[in-house]
Design a protein around this ligand. Structure first.
Ligand code: GTP
Ligand code: SPV
Ligand code: MN
Length: 593
């Protein structure tokens, strides 16, 4: 418990609004967590899975109308509309508070109000920040216990400070028409109503660690990014750290936990996971950029995860894990999803809880799938076999390379390096990717998603670009090198050309060699691209010509791309930094030469 007056008076205000039948402070103890799990099993919110095969694991199903983030109902409520910018939905804070309070009023009647004190980042780390989430959902509490550092120690570190983020969640009727995900960056406040799914309600994650934190980062001179963090260890035992921003469901968890191909593993190459979704980065005392992962677990995409694609994720989700919207195999009380293995269950319940059997599965028709395409596992980071020794290191890890990427069937080469920091910011600002099931709406549509932050930037994205440019000035020659990757080039039949997953290590090795000045490249209009022989294809059944093809920069295709970037830039008006306009002009000139 806490004596912090700012916390207590806010709790009192929300309590009076929602009128719960009881109030429970979450203390972070195993006893309390166990009591909550038992309670959730009793109410049916959670289903206990096979204790032998999946110890401490549970299954939860959300309402079918509530399975992903909802970007069109997500608002940045800054006092001035311009401060939300052209890429965010905006509402006046007073109007939105009123609307949300009206929706939430009395909605905890007969329910329990849970109060979760949590730290984003190792408790007490100078890079960490504190939040308090109020919720009426045990599922949220149990997920927050995995995803963040929760407990009484957080109150101790907070003391009587007012520097903490208020997060208020009310499930209400899970009515999609009254669903709102609202950030009030100027008040350090988040309110979500009428949802009970992942990124909408685990308020430490996207709402705090990206939307609120990106706003704080700009004010305070640091960065909050939608990035994985990994350490690449070479045979000498040196570790280089890479931070990579890919849009939702575009491969961050997989890259962060990659297992190198055998010939590299045999030589002593290893990947260590620091984070799989979010990075907070600051300039350290030595002038380099240092990153921490503010989270304490993984909220990972289940479909496609298997022993070959991501062995370490599977291991992470073997115990003390919550599965959301996957299928239940009734024969052995375990879970299943498309892509897990060939043992398609014969006697199962699909993600909606309806009877399901192998014969219903039609690969080309996702409506027949047993698991929802955005079904997820919530797994403790400590479970991960390749978790970095630096995972809990409050000071963070020094970043050598920043990598942008996304899903582009055509156009973007497998990998290229920017010509400078500013050119790298240009590449990030112009990033595009095909949409995925992580957010409600159409899937597979190419959209611009700058730095993979389109749904997560808590302020005007034009100012965000300027913040990136300013960080580059501060870092000077100690700035990480910036790259772009694309694992998702397809052939004419729509098959992925690059093998991806563990084989992405071959590209990471080129990236690090470039940072060390040890690898070759050719200069193209868009940046430095490896020659095909610079990517090591040992033990890979891949034609040099195929590799050459996905490394080619097609000037005609890129001229169209430049025209689209020009269109994309228009929305930022005068907020578009002049430097980025210059970068675009330089690209056009290079393409015409
Ligand atoms: P969020 O948690 O939504 O932010 O996503 P993420 O970026 O962590 O995505 P994740 O690693 O979970 O990957 C999402 C999907 O992409 C999964 O179905 C993966 O199997 C697939 N995927 C990941 N890496 C690769 C790759 O290198 N090649 C191919 N073809 N697919 C990949
Ligand atoms: C994403 O959509 O980028 C996620 C999942 O990481 S969620 O937490 O739902 O935002
Ligand atoms: Mn994400």
């Amino acid at each position: 418990m806490t004596k912090n007056q700012t916390v207590l008076s806010w709790i009192e205000e929300i309590k009076n609004l929602v009128n719960p039948s009881e109030v429970v402070f979450i203390d972070g103890s195993e006893e309390q967590a166990e009591w909550l799990r038992a309670k959730a099993v009793k109410t049916g919110e959670m289903h206990k899975l096979n204790e032998e095969k999946l110890p401490g694991c549970y299954l939860h199903r959300t309402k079918p109308n509530d399975v992903a983030r909802v970007e069109d109902r997500t608002f940045i409520c800054a006092r001035k509309e311009e401060d939300a910018g052209p890429t965010n939905h905006w509402c006046d804070p007073q109007d939105m508070y009123k609307k949300l309070y009206d929706i939430a009023r009395g909605s905890y009647a007969g329910r329990t109000m849970y109060i979760i004190p949590f730290s984003m980042g190792p408790i007490g780390s100078p890079l960490a920040k504190i939040g308090v989430e109020i919720t009426d959902s045990i599922y949220v509490v149990l997920n927050m216990l995995i995803m963040t550092r929760v407990g009484d120690k957080v109150w101790d570190v907070l003391g009587d400070s007012n520097d903490w983020v208020r997060g208020f969640h009310a499930s209400c009727d899970v009515d999609p028409e009254k669903r709102y995900i609202c950030q009030f960056p100027e008040d350090n406040t988040i309110i979500t109503v009428n949802s009970a799914y992942g990124g909408n309600v685990l308020l430490g994650k996207k709402c705090f660690a990206l939307r609120i934190a990106s706003y704080q980062g700009r004010k305070e001179g640091w960065m909050a990014e939608h990035m994985l963090i990994l350490g690449l260890e070479n045979p000498k035992g040196d570790i280089h750290y890479i931070a990579a921003a890919f849009p939702s469901a575009c491969g961050k968890t997989n890259l962060a936990m990659l297992i190198p191909p055998k010939y590299l593993a045999d030589k002593g190459y290893k990947i260590w996971t620091v984070g799989d979704d979010i990075a907070w980065m600051r300039v350290g005392a030595d002038g380099r950029l240092y990153a921490i992962n503010p989270e304490n677990g993984f909220f990972g995409v289940a479909p496609g995860t298997n022993a070959k694609s991501n062995f370490n994720a599977l291991k992470s989700a073997e115990k003390n894990t919550i599965f959301t919207n996957v299928a239940l195999n009734l024969d052995d009380n375990t879970v299943w999803w498309e892509g897990l293995n060939k043992d398609i269950p014969v006697n199962a319940l699909n993600w909606k809880g309806e009877p399901w059997t192998a014969s219903m599965f039609v690969k080309s028709d996702k409506t027949t799938y047993a698991a929802h395409p955005n079904s997820r596992f919530t797994a403790p980071a400590v479970n991960c076999p390749c978790i970095s020794e630096d995972f809990d290191k409050g000071a963070g890890v020094p970043i050598s390379a920043i990598v942008f990427g996304g899903r582009r069937a055509k156009c973007t080469p497998l990998v290229y390096q920017s010509k400078s920091w500013d050119n790298g910011v240009f590449i990030g600002s112009a990033m595009a990717s095909e949409t995925t099931a992580a957010a409600a709406g159409a899937v597979g549509v190419v959209r611009r998603d700058p730095m993979a932050m389109l749904p997560f930037c808590g302020y005007n994205m034009g100012d965000y670009f300027q913040h990136w440019l300013d960080m580059g000035k501060r870092l000077g020659d100690k700035a990480p090198k910036i790259f772009n990757v694309n694992w998702f080039r397809t052939d004419d039949e729509g098959n992925f050309v690059w093998p991806g997953f563990g084989d992405n290590m071959r590209v990471l090795n080129w990236i690090i060699a470039r940072c060390e000045g040890k690898a070759d490249a050719v200069e193209t209009p868009i940046g430095y691209v490896p020659r095909p022989e610079d990517i090591d294809l040992t033990d890979l059944d891949m034609d040099m010509d195929v590799l050459k093809d996905i490394l080619t920069v097609d000037k005609e295709v890129w001229k169209k791309e430049a025209a689209e970037i020009e269109e994309h830039y228009k929305k930022f008006g005068d907020k578009l930094p002049a430097e980025l306009r210059n970068q675009l002009e330089a690209l056009k000139t290079n393409l015409d030469a």
